[in-house]
Design a protein around this ligand. Structure first.
Ligand SMILES: Cc1cc2nc3c(=O)[nH]c(=O)nc-3n(C[C@H](O)[C@H](O)[C@H](O)COP(=O)(O)OP(=O)(O)OC[C@H]3O[C@@H](n4cnc5c(N)ncnc54)[C@H](O)[C@@H]3O)c2cc1C
Length: 502
């Protein structure tokens, strides 16, 4: 069979992965990306020598002990890249110095928790026992390991399901120590109602060093996959926003670039298969005019959340050595502060000194992250650009004042400031309301595996890949989705799927 051609819309991690595996399997592919760089939301940028990372906290599959490692090797993402494993996952700190640190070494964590709350020995022991049990299998392997992953996990399923039924908030009720009871549910960023099992999956993976941080962070990681794609013969067109998917007789046959695209505005490209990694709402309702959809998809996009976890981020470039600080701090405030119309009694701070490539020696980027409301920022931007920018500046000032007591002298050491809102993400990635994909309401386990729109009803030769196709997020998940899409394509075309390490 002559090599079939594939067009991929979007060079996010999902689109890049699909492109790499398409090239490995003899398809002739090209990617059209609206931005001038690869990675989508997996990105970073520089300000005055500081790298402000907009995405990565933890990457799963960083060592060969993980089932996911071979995929990263195939994608050229891990070769020659040092993996870093900070000693702390996070540290919850009160202004009086009281601290609960989630050490990634479970033995150290056990000692720390007993010293912090000796009266809670029973609940602590049970938590630590469960954590040790989770180190014997790879929780995140199940999400990408297919049937074999499930079979390997079988002996641990009862423990896992038990832990998935309890939230961190519920488990925290077992502690009598008031500080530990308050701090425990804050261990997993600012997400509410996180199942204990999911948290233990993170903790165990950090303990086992199957989850870590690729040196350099998000953008070099994405760029490495883009390089691998190009080495495999794939072509990426940047500044090439796709406006329409061309359809003939209910079959996708190509794409048309937007008139505003720098790369050959309005040009049409044809291919045997079209894959969209782009924002789901734009793909389904704009590029395809909403002609190929169903009730489940329509319900999903009719009810987007307004608030986005980690939607509002304040980045500071600080001329200060913060290498002795933990990777992340949840700072509990004595006096709540109002930021962008929301009251906060804590601030979540990320510190990047553990990776020396993120700033010049002796300096550090610092990021404060919190939920952001699209409607709030949209209303300001609609009033005037100045109003929007003034509010961003006000937010940065409030945050700096609030964390100054934790880092005395900080204000005078700040060399760079940046604030991103949901509108920033929308502008750079075209992501609907700057959102990340959210779980469909009432989604069960099957729905999670099936995704939302990996194909569209009634449309042939068209696929989606990435967070919107799966209605789920995670760098390994979207990459694995790219891999399995090409596996399915090979099956359909009667080819044997192959994958290679460059
Ligand atoms: C703040 C934050 C922190 C995160 N932390 C982690 C973490 O620690 N670990 C982890 O595993 N995951 C993390 N994630 C999740 C993970 O980054 C995402 O789920 C994943 O990167 C999504 O990849 P994607 O390829 O599906 O989509 P995207 O990254 O959204 O890529 C879509 C691409 O399509 C392009 N595009 C859109 N419209 C068009 C068009 N019309 N024409 C051409 N191109 C178009 C976009 O520019 C973009 O490049 C985080 C996400 C965020 C936002």
């Amino acid at each position: 069979m002559a090599n079939r051609s594939v067009i991929i819309i979007g060079a996010g991690i999902g689109g890049l992965a699909a492109g790499c595996y398409a090239q490995m399997n003899g398809y002739r592919s090209q990617i059209f990306e609206r931005h001038d760089k690869p990675g989508g939301v997996c990105t970073a940028w520089r300000r005055k020598g500081y790298v402000f990372d907009g995405c990565m906290h933890h990457l799963t599959g960083t060592s060969c002990a993980s089932a996911l490692y071979s995929m990263w090797a195939e994608l050229g993402a891990v070769q020659g890249r040092e993996m870093l494993y900070p000693d702390e996952f996070t540290s919850i700190q009160a202004t009086d110095g009281k601290t609960f640190t989630l050490y990634t070494d479970i033995d150290r964590l056990e000692q720390h928790m007993h010293a912090l709350a000796p009266a809670d020995a029973r609940a602590i022991d049970e938590y630590i026992r469960a954590a040790r049990r989770f180190t014997r299998f790879e929780f995140f392997g199940i999400l990408t390991g297919g049937t074999w992953g499930m079979i390997r996990m079988a002996p641990y399923m009862p423990a896992m399901f038990k832990a998935m039924r309890v939230t961190l908030e519920q488990y925290a009720q077992r502690f009598s120590d008031p500080f530990l009871r308050r701090a425990f549910p804050m261990m997993q960023y600012d997400f509410a109602n996180i199942p204990l099992g999911l948290h233990l999956g993170f903790l165990a993976a950090c303990h086992n060093h199957t989850m870590g941080w690729p040196q350099g962070g998000s953008l070099p990681f994405a760029q490495a996959i883009a390089r691998r794609y190009q080495e495999l013969g794939g072509e990426i067109h940047y500044k090439a926003r796709v406006d329409k998917v061309l359809v003939e007789n209910d079959r996708a046959v190509g794409i048309r670039l937007a008139d505003s695209a720098d790369a050959q505005a309005g040009a049409e490209y044809r291919a045997d298969v079209v894959i969209s990694n782009a924002d789901g709402r734009t793909t389904i309702y704009d590029m395809l005019d909403g002609r190929y959809t169903d009730e489940r998809i329509n319900n999903y996009y009719a009810n987007p959340p307004d608030r986005q976890e980690m939607g509002l981020n304040i980045y500071l470039g600080v001329a200060r050595d913060l290498s002795h600080e933990p990777r992340a701090i949840t700072y509990l405030l004595d006096q709540p502060v109002t930021i962008a119309n929301e009251t906060h009694d804590r601030l979540d701070i990320e510190l990047f000194s553990f990776d020396p490539s993120m700033a010049p020696a002796g300096k550090s980027p610092l990021k404060v992250t919190m939920p952001g409301s699209y409607a709030y920022w949209q209303a300001l931007a609609a009033t005037s650009k100045d109003r929007y920018n003034e509010e961003k500046q006000r937010v940065a000032e409030t945050v700096i004042d609030a964390i100054e007591p934790r880092f005395p002298g900080l204000r005078g050491q700040i060399e760079a400031v940046d604030v991103t809102t949901p509108l920033t993400t929308e502008r750079y990635t075209g992501s609907f309301q700057g959102l990340q994909a959210w779980s469909p309401s009432g989604a069960g386990f099957t729905a999670m595996l099936k995704g939302l729109s990996k194909t569209l009803p009634g449309l042939d030769s068209f696929y989606m890949v990435g967070q919107w196709a799966g209605a789920t997020i995670g760098i390994p998940l979207v990459a694995a989705m790219g891999r399995s899409l090409i596996q399915n394509l090979c099956k359909r075309d009667g080819r044997r799927f192959v994958a290679s390490v460059g």
